[in-house]
Design a protein around this ligand. Sequence first.
Ligand code: SF4
Length: 345
Amino acid sequence: MNVPALRAALTGWFANRGRDLPWRLTGDDGRRDPYRVWVAEVLLQQTQVVRGRVYFERFLEAFPTVQALAAAPQEAVLKAWEGCGYYARARNMHRAAAQMAVHGLPTGYAGWLALPGVGPYTAAAVASLAFGEGRAVLDGNVRRVLSRLYAVSQPTDAWAQGVADTLLDPERPGAWNEAVMDLGATVCVPKSPRCGACPLPTHCRAFASGEPGIYPAPKVRAAVKEVRGVALLIGDAETLYLEQRAGSLLGGLWGLPLEEVQGDVHDDQEQAALARLGARLGVAVAEPLGTVQHTMTHRQLNVSVYRAGAALHLPLTAVAERPLSRLDHKMLALVKESTAQPPLF
Ligand code: SF4
């Protein structure tokens, strides 16, 4: 592999064809703002760029500095993140901001890596883009590009990180990292790599093989577990009784009262869960509204939503005042649909 020629080809391509993204603003020194890079990289870990761009603007408007983020209540941070999913990211960012507001923003890889929710990828991205430190990023896009350049079917993390470190341009580590990521996101895409638009075919063993798309071999996906639940609507789709969720997935968000249905698919078990939920809240269940499906981190949720009778002892809250998950917004959409049905007679 002619590494200097490969670097020149890719960084030249990036200078002309790199994506124009809002977090790529540079200061007078040509470096990125570390706060913006951090927010963007955390967002993009599990969110596509098109949606990430919207959330990035919304988040930066609400919390333009790390001090503003640290000073905000957790609920306001979750509200700004609402609908983006993987809420542990927002909770960790809030905790990390509290540390940075006291000790200042870290200026290198090790300092970023020590913050809550920051792994090697994000630490390398911020260190290289904002501080010019020679750290190679490794995400799914980079792994795919490297796997194809070397025609390695099943790249291990250690192999891919080693190759990424070797290829990293020590003179321009930030630009190099962004160039590899952009190539993977826009040209060397998963199913049908666009080799005709790529600056690297003469360096690429997968291209030489004639079948670049077979690299890397698909990963075996973890089985998706089905989880069933029942939820109660007390109030209407705008103002209703909400409970704050706990746990690692949706902790800190608010939503309709929920109860998991135990055992296999069986109507009796759903009714038993509904009875437990009604008894806990002291309400009578009135009518079924429908079922929503939602996929979250290897879980397929199927939740049956029911309307409950009047419950003057439970406080009602305006939906607009609380952060809700997409699962809960789907349930509220179901409620709106059911109330929009024309009368039968
Ligand atoms: Fe990917 Fe094709 Fe470029 Fe190789 S030549 S890096 S397979 S887009």
